[in-house]
Design a protein around this ligand. Sequence first.
Ligand SMILES: [Zn+2]
Length: 158
Amino acid sequence: MKESSGRKQGVASPCAACKLLRRRCTHDCVFSPYFPADEPHKFASVHKVFGASNVNKMLQELPEHQRGDAVSSMVYEANARVRDPVYGCVGAISSLQQQIDVLQTQLAYAQAEVVHMRMRQLENASPSSRDLQSRRAKSHFNMDMVVDQDNMDTSLWP
Ligand SMILES: [Zn+2]
């Protein structure tokens, strides 16, 4: 659908690439499906960074089903290079890598804290469970005494 509208535009008015390059946009223009006339900034930045003839060569070398992805990748890379002329995409990658490092450190701290809290929970739980066990033992002993007394009573006073 996108391709057909691009071709229709190519016939009626030149695509963004041909308009910028001031050339006639033919029906088999390699740029027209990917650089529609209503998005002139896309081709402008790609042309500025890679050069129109290089973009043309890259698109010609690719099978048609991969050209759309290649164009969006080139547009992304070109925009990154325009924003950050020194590092381009590498700037974005390294800043994301730094965020990953910071978050992994935070995660390690949080996991260590969880382990620490579990250990403390176990330390606090064990004396109270020992208490509970001894209390249970005591009440069991008392009950035995009562039962014994009852037995004694019945045996002594029939
Ligand atoms: Zn064109």
